[in-house]
Write a protein that binds this ligand. Sequence first.
Ligand SMILES: [Zn+2]
Length: 406
Amino acid sequence: MTDRLYYHDSFLYDFDAEVLECTDGPRSALFLDRTAFYPTSGGQVFDTGVIATESGKLRVVEVADAEDGRVVHYLEVPPKDIKPGAKIHGQIDRTRRRDHMQQHTGQHVLSAAFIRLFNLPTVSFHMGDDYCSIDLDTPTLTRTQVEEAERLANEIILENRPVAIRFVTRDEAGKLGLRKIPVTDRDELRIIDIRDFDLSACGGTHVNQTGQIGCVMLRKTEKVRQGWRVEFIAGQRAVAMARRDYTTLTETAGLFSAHIYDVPQQTRKSLDEIRSLRKQREQSLEELAAAQATALLAEASETNGRRLVVRTFADRDMSFLKLLAQKLTRLSKNTVTLLGTTSPQPSLVFAQSAGQTCDMGALMNETLAKLGGRGGGSNDMAQGGLPTAEGIEAALQHASAALNPS
Ligand SMILES: [Zn+2]
């Protein structure tokens, strides 16, 4: 068993130890007689740092609990000449550790606040790179509950209450009334005691006074299988996130030349404008298609009892072609129309008035086969997309010739 120095002092960033074993395996790893490095457990993620030996510095990239109860330090690169018995000096990354202490102790305070106020127990804790989260065992969670828990947690932080580490027996722990009952067969339990606010068994690293948490900020909440998930961040991480949010909001406000608090109102206004413009545009296109259809039909001559309208556009999309085809085939009972557009996306639309006897789907398939496009349709209406605008005009002439064999 490794002597875990962090059990007694979370602020111990430097320590001396002796190498017990150095393994090569798939990953190089060091086992020490004692360590201040925290291994991933109980929702809290591992420490990183360096281990100085006589032959140089080794970077610790991950720390884990081995099955035999020892702490394993994974190294970035295999060490040279490290023998059991070698003396080392360990240094953990202070910034990372302090952040973990803030998040983790913040979680204790927050979980206790949800219990105190609403009797909502925390069933799990997750610490990620961006944010942390707790899962509450509850079918419902309101915005007011979230805000009240956040307020109480920050009051406890502001009161700067002592956070003590106590070691007690299972029996003693039973009488103390812990918030969290640990699943372990060990007789001695490590208790984190936030004065007159929370008692829970935990093996993680915590601050000494609640003031060192800085603050707790609650963010997204979502319904999950086992209840409600509450995302939160504490301390410096909360400040960094607030800074990032502010930057994003300021950039958005700049686009509207508005104050940041007016962004929702401005966004709503812009979306309303977009919806209204879209409607106007649809109406204009309808009118344009109707006018164009009338003009095209006026100049179309009748052959074999059919009015054939063949036209290629340079700047219409497929939906306009379909709209125009619809107008053409409805305005006149004997229309057959072959439409194409070269941009923005080269496309074809073939259509005929109801009751006409050509096969638009078959004609489209033949034409697409020549041009290497994809599409299809029914007897009365067919459409297709083309890889390039090249050859559209010639293909339409060819198709129209097929309809009116001379
Ligand atoms: Zn803890």
